[in-house]
Design a protein around this ligand. Structure first.
Ligand SMILES: Nc1ncnc2c1ncn2[C@@H]1O[C@H](COP(=O)(O)OP(=O)(O)O)[C@@H](O)[C@H]1O
Ligand SMILES: O=P(O)(O)OC[C@H]1O[C@](O)(COP(=O)(O)O)[C@@H](O)[C@@H]1O
Length: 327
């Protein structure tokens, strides 16, 4: 193996740069050079790339975002563009490709591996932690801390005003972030898809719980952490409904993309460093069409096709603690 190509694809996540750093330094140790393709799969389709040397990946591990840029690239859904990717790989003498991204990026990588012998390895980078085959994804820890910091600040003003807040966190269709930060912030209520609440009952449940909580505790702050896409029209609509129709005055705060930025935490940098190095070593060992992950502290390889099955559960012990507290 002489040359490895790298892309970052889909939602960027703090720690992606640490993964790039680790891939390039590990590859260098094995006398392999690295080429970075820019803006996710776009760089592979349009052949936009530059060399990744030890010098240009020096001191990047802490940085949020990705030095390779990222993007969503709908062209990858078409066979003709996937063929173009393979042409780019061949034209640049790429012997192995590493895709840092989420399950969508891995579906794309899996399709590529059906039309080429060039081996492809995935490295899980997404703040959502929704990928099967790794206990944690790169970016989840930083995003959890960023969201928690914001919620702690909202708690201050909520306490001062004895106010009710609905705080929406990201996660796409996963409640990993919501449950994690909701528990850590001692949220009075957490709403996430894994709780399988009928959306029509959400308002009723919330109102009931707020009323009984205020009876027991008098005037107090009350924070609801809600995973995005759980209540159909989002936190703002939910707050408006509670305020206008149920008569419970509350404020909504949608944390949004700030959860994707910022300096990567130590946990994300070390995870990225391990998974990046393991991806290179797996390529050298001849693996293909798999993702490098960590399960129960052990480095593992999972078929790319199986990383998006959606079987990953939120921590059942945490969920149970929360449910017990609610009752
Ligand atoms: N089913 C698919 N077939 C081919 N390419 C895909 C597929 N799903 C996603 N991709 C590629 O991966 C990119 C990132 O996927 P996306 O789901 O947006 O983010 P993530 O990888 O973070 O889950 C997409 O923009 C597209 O280029
Ligand atoms: O930045 P966009 O394109 O609006 O996407 C927002 C989505 O991206 C994420 O931040 C990250 O998701 P992915 O890692 O799967 O791309 C989700 O939490 C969120 O739903």
């Amino acid at each position: 193996m002489k040359t490895i190509g790298i892309i970052t694809s889909g939602g960027d996540a703090p720690g992606m740069n640490a993964a790039i750093h680790s891939i390039v330094t590990t590859a260098r140790f094995h006398n392999i050079q690295c080429i970075g393709f820019e803006r996710g799969y776009n760089g592979l389709i349009d052949d936009i790339h530059h060399d990744l040397t030890l010098t240009n990946v020096k001191h990047i591990s802490h940085l949020g975002g990705t030095i390779l840029k990222s993007a969503r690239c709908p062209r990858m859904l078409e066979q003709k563009f996937r063929n173009q990717v393979i042409e780019t790989l061949i034209n640049n003498s790429i012997d192995g490709l590493i895709v840092i991204g989420g399950d969508g990026s891995f579906q794309g990588a899996h399709l590529l591996s059906q039309i080429t012998d060039i081996p492809i390895i995935g490295v899980p980078g997404t703040i959502d932690n929704d990928i099967d085959g790794s206990d944690y994804t790169i970016g989840f820890d930083t995003a959890s801390n960023t969201a928690l910091d914001a919620i702690d600040k909202i708690r201050d003003t909520a306490d001062a005003f004895e106010r009710i807040f609905i705080i929406e966190v990201m996660g796409r269709h996963s409640g990993q972030l919501a449950l994690n930060v909701g528990i850590a912030a001692e949220a009075e209520q957490i709403i996430c898809p894994e709780m399988a609440i009928d959306p029509h009952l959400i308002v009723q449940n919330i109102a009931q719980h707020i009323n009984s909580y205020l009876i027991d505790n008098g005037h107090a702050s009350y924070i609801i952490v809600a995973a995005e896409n759980t209540y159909p029209d989002g936190a703002l609509a939910l707050a408006e409904l509670l305020t206008k129709q149920i008569g419970i005055e509350c404020r909504a705060s949608v944390l949004g993309h700030m959860q994707r930025g910022g300096l990567a935490s130590c946990a994300d940098r070390t995870l990225a460093t391990k998974l990046g190095a393991f991806a290179v070593e797996s390529l050298i060992s001849g693996y293909n069409n798999v993702m490098s992950g960590q399960v129960n502290g052990q480095l593992t390889l999972t078929e790319l096709e199986k990383t998006g099955l959606g079987t990953k559960q939120v921590d059942p012990y945490l969920l149970n603690i929360y449910t017990n507290k609610l009752n």
